[in-house]
Design a protein around this ligand. Structure first.
Ligand SMILES: Cc1ncc(COP(=O)(O)O)c(C=O)c1O
Length: 418
């Protein structure tokens, strides 16, 4: 039997229909499976008239919240009467979005762009670039426990083992407390074994799906130095972190590195499907004519949405807002940790955190009880990451009052667990 909530006649109907019609392969794990009919700001409204504060932003996608007035207006303005399909043609908005994205990086290696329609496709394209640039190199270095997607080469470098015999793993800090030397030794050993054969190194700013592990700054600098010293393309997966999550437009700014290729996705188009690879021209141009083309990449809706999102970031100072609200959000999270003994740790930065619970059972109860909330109000979480970590990633526009209300609800709801 699928997920059922008492008193939710409409929601139960849609859930059962969905499960009957749609293959389970498309579903992602959640104990709540909310059915939403309307969304506004940080709120999701269900078909059974429940009002939820969104602590997910979709899956870190709707960074500007829902039905954002300026975003919607700009999106419609850019769209005008443009064709939806842009195959074998160019529209001015595609040129504009490409230019703005490249310029937004502000460093000299950001020279050219390749568009993709999903994060994993962006990763695939970035890895192709490095593999084609150096056809005699075959070793792919990836940081262990990352998540880069479920398809193709992105899947090959996800997790800790790979069906691809050319993938080699290096450690990513997960709170073990090892110093720089530990990681440097791993890299040097790898070079001793495969000197001249390493085609690329791929990592993500922080481990999201593995349960929110955010490394010390020196870690990415070390990876970059190693890559630079051996002329190895350094690929930074910012599919999740781009567009403000860490308190900067991009996490490479937070971690003070300048990767050779950066993959963007999720929040860059505030909900429209879009992804892109930005970086060194020699890498991007190593793909032959048409090799990375497809039907939808960099289409009208993606480019209009990217420009509209960038407008809102500029006009409403979204980054400044994230920086201002972060200490307050962190304070509320630490109070929650003090209050509930089932919370073992809270990890994160900017507006992206993981609440590590004592067990998977408790984490699932937290998601459910947050949903049941207080009266008709609740807080929406994703199904736990790495079995027992609650992802906290509200829309970046969240206000202090909305944070207060969300934590009031959580404090009451989670008392039912203790
Ligand atoms: C860091 C990171 N890379 C890549 C992906 C894959 O993106 P998509 O699901 O759009 O293929 C994700 C998705 O969660 C992600 O978080």
């Amino acid at each position: 039997m699928g997920i059922f909530h008492f008193g939710e006649e409409k929601g139960n109907f849609y859930r059962s229909q969905w499960n009957e019609l749609v293959g389970r392969g498309q579903q992602t794990y959640t104990p709540t499976q909310i059915v939403v009919e309307r969304a506004q700001g940080v709120y999701l409204y269900t078909v059974d008239r429940r009002k939820l504060i969104d602590f997910t932003s979709g899956v870190l996608v709707s960074n500007l919240g829902y039905s954002h007035p300026l975003f919607e207006r700009k999106f419609r303005y850019y769209y005008g009467e443009l064709p939806r399909n842009t195959y074998n043609m160019i529209t001015p908005i595609q040129v504009e979005a490409s230019r703005r994205l490249i310029e937004s990086f502000g460093y000299s290696k950001a020279q050219k762009i390749l568009w993709a329609a999903s994060g994993s496709e962006g990763i695939q394209k970035a890895m192709w670039c490095a593999l084609h640039r150096y056809p005699d190199r075959f070793i792919i270095v990836a940081t262990r426990h990352g998540f880069h997607g479920k398809k193709g080469l992105a899947a090959d470098v996800t997790g800790e083992s790979s069906p691809n015999p050319n993938v080699r793993w290096i450690s990513f800090p997960m709170g073990e407390g090892y110093g720089k030397e530990y990681y440097k030794k791993e890299l040097d050993n790898l070079w001793d074994e495969y000197s001249g054969k390493v085609a690329l190194l791929i990592t993500e700013p922080y481990l999201g799906a593995k349960g929110s592990y955010h490394p010390p700054k020196w870690y990415h600098k070390l990876l970059q130095e190693w890559c630079n010293s051996h002329d190895i393309p350094f690929i930074f997966d910012e599919v999740q972190s781009c567009f403000g999550r860490t308190g900067n437009m991009y996490a490479f700014q937070t971690y003070e590195v300048e990767p050779d290729l950066v993959v963007l996705g999720k929040g860059m188009a505030n909900g429209e499907p879009a992804s892109a690879v930005v970086g060194r021209e020699d890498l991007i141009e190593s793909l032959e004519y048409g090799e990375a083309s497809d039907t939808f990449s960099g289409g009208t809706s993606a480019c209009c949405a990217v420009c509209a999102t960038m407008d809102v970031f500029e006009e409403e100072n979204i980054i400044e807002h994230v920086r201002e609200i972060t200490p307050y959000f962190q304070m509320m999270l630490s109070k929650l940790k003090e209050r509930f003994s089932f919370i073992v740790d809270v990890r994160g930065e900017g507006l992206v955190y993981g609440i590590d619970c004592v067990s998977s059972e408790i984490a699932n109860m937290c998601v459910l009880e947050a949903y049941y909330g207080v009266g008709s109000e609740g807080v929406h979480f994703l199904g736990p990451l790495a079995k027992k970590v609650l992802r906290v990633s509200p829309p970046l526009i969240i206000t202090e009052e909305e944070i207060d209300r969300a934590f009031e609800i959580l404090n009451s709801a989670w008392e039912r667990i203790e």
